[in-house]
Design a protein around this ligand. Structure first.
Ligand code: SF4
Length: 348
């Protein structure tokens, strides 16, 4: 039986993915952007975003120099927006501290915002062939099953054992191919719900298969009960159809993106209309409620419309703008808000 690494490298040659855009011209910058986009997001979703992002920001200098709104605009709909804010901040630091040269040591990378141990290792292994072990979600699943590691997923002891397995599995050569292979293997063959054990090159040595625990490993996280948060969202609309948006604070959900102002209740929305919007009238007509799931809770948005007379209303400023759906500005809009705005805009 070949080693785990050799078996996966051979499997990858026959069955792995070879034509993903970030597999061509593997510079640290291109690998970094792909690794961040692929966190909590499937390859199929990332493809279009990645191409557009790289077209607009082909290198670290262009990303560092861009307005944050432009970066969030190209991230709109991908979710987990702190990833985009961290990319931008890290690019600025690479320009300021390394003269725009992408650092290629684990220590330097781990200092940058949004780059943890596994992401740093993936950048170094995939772009430089450095002998660094990764432990992303797919790799955790594969190693937990092959070596029968069953502790609570977030426990330090479980992580220590998994890292030790990841490091001992590293081959002496072909590290980049092996790293791509184990990622692809977890994503396409040893999947969470329907692993294809019959076709698996590791089935002879897989502890989970031998002990009938494939579905149990890795152990699931215990999740807190999901809660629902309800907000009233005010669609303040001017005579020309433009809708008032505010930039959300950088901390919290949709940080740095733009959305209509939201309130805990209708009274607070009415108060805002009275104090901030000139001659605004709340429209009684009910608009459909929108629901959006975040990792730990569901957001229930009840939109209400306020009609502002003429073009009067709050002034545009750094954190406020009137959104024109016919000529949309290049800003970050969460997907549910983009849906809400297109539903609320009058047809051209
Ligand atoms: S035998 Fe099944 S569970 Fe074990 S590594 Fe292969 S696909 Fe995964």
């Amino acid at each position: 039986m070949p080693s785990l690494a050799q078996a996966l490298i051979e499997w990858h040659a026959a069955h792995g993915r070879h034509d993903l855009p970030w597999q061509q011209d593997r510079s640290p910058y291109r690998v970094w952007v792909s690794e961040i986009m692929l966190q909590q997001t499937q390859v199929i979703t990332v493809l279009g975003y990645y191409q557009r992002f790289l077209q607009r920001f082909p290198d670290v200098a262009s990303l560092a120099a861009a307005p944050l709104d432009e970066v969030l605009h190209l991230w709109s709909g991908l979710g987990y927006y702190s990833r985009a804010r961290n990319l931008k901040r890290a690019a600025e630091r690479i320009v300021a501290e390394y003269g725009g040269e992408f650092p290629i040591t684990r220590e330097a990378l781990s200092e940058l915002p949004g780059i943890g141990r596994s992401t740093a290792a993936a950048i170094l292994a995939l772009s430089q062939g450095q002998r660094e072990a990764i432990l992303d979600g797919n790799v955790r699943r594969v190693l937990s099953r092959v070596y029968g590691i069953d502790g609570a997923p977030a426990a330090l002891e479980t992580l220590r054992r998994l890292w030790a397995c990841a490091e001992s599995a590293l081959p002496a050569r072909e590290v980049a191919t092996y790293t791509q292979a184990i990622m692809d293997f977890g994503a396409t063959l040893c999947t969470r719900h329907e692993p294809l054990c019959m076709h698996c090159p590791l089935r002879a040595e897989c502890v989970a298969l031998a002990t009938g625990r494939v579905q149990e490993l890795p152990a699931r996280r215990t999740r807190a009960a999901r809660r629902t948060r309800a907000v009233i969202m005010l669609l303040a609309t001017r005579g020309d159809g433009d809708v008032l948006l505010q930039r959300r604070p950088s901390q919290g959900i949709w940080g740095g993106l733009w959305a209509p102002p939201d309130f805990e209740n209708r009274e607070a929305a009415e108060q805002f209309c009275g104090s901030r919007l000139q001659r605004a009238q709340l429209d009684g007509a009910a608009l459909p409620v929108l629901r959006h799931g975040f990792t730990h809770f569901d957001l229930e948005i009840t939109p209400i419309r306020a009609l502002c007379e003429g073009l009067a209303g709050v002034m545009e400023g750094g954190d406020t703008l009137w959104y024109n759906a016919r000529q949309p500005p290049r800003i970050g809009l969460p997907a549910p808000i983009a849906t809400l705005l297109s539903a609320a805009s009058p047809p051209p």
